[in-house]
Ligand binder design. Sequence first.
Ligand code: HEM
Length: 217
Amino acid sequence: MMTERIYNWIDERLQIKDQIKEILDHPVPPHVNFLYCFGGITFVLIMLQVITGIFLTMYYVPSPDHAYASVEYISKEVAFGRLIRGMHRIGSSGVVIMVVVHLLRVYFHGAYKKPRELNWMVGVGLLLIVLTFGFTGYLLPWDQKAYWATVVGTKMAGSVPVIGEFVLKALRGGNDLGAVTLTRFYSLHIWFLPGVLFALLGAHFFMIRKQGISGPL
Ligand code: HEM
């Protein structure tokens, strides 16, 4: 077959077959059932968010003058725009739900115990990142609901003792919500958060492979 010939051609030059086989042919222990799929499902949903999100950036404009209109344009004019935006919006809730379901599976199996404490901690980081994705993404359509939800959300962060005022100003980029807040949230949403997310996921998956999946109950 053509693909096999290409694969062999690459392998002849790089000798990667053994490493790839080791990664893909990892045996699944017999006690592993569908409950162990929740982490993987979360990952698949995240990849869908990445793909649909990239398509959205082709039309979305992160400025107070154009954000709402650009989102409306995506929904009404762009080919498959409504579908892509709908997938991204609904998918974001899907990720949050699946992350919590996965966390509960790990918790009730006691899979956070030694030697997996560090991976649980990385997981907590992942949970916070996923929630921050939701918080920053919610503002982007710049409609009334988005605007006022972010006014309230940033105010809540501002009520934290001692550092509250600093956090509020850092989030808003000033005292009030405005153009700076929108660009800031957008930058966090498409650059900073994905960067941290994939770094943590790399650590998460490395540790799962290194330690093996936790044993039967
Ligand atoms: C972006 C979110 C996350 C993704 C994509 C993800 C993915 C995965 C995958 C694929 C596994 C393999 C076994 C399984 O699926 O159950 C796993 C295991 C694990 N995850 Fe996550 N995870 C995420 C978030 C979390 C969170 C929020 C926690 C806990 C706070 C956590 C803690 C763990 C632990 C301790 C294991 C090892 C479980 C074992 O050995 O049985 N993960 N994760």
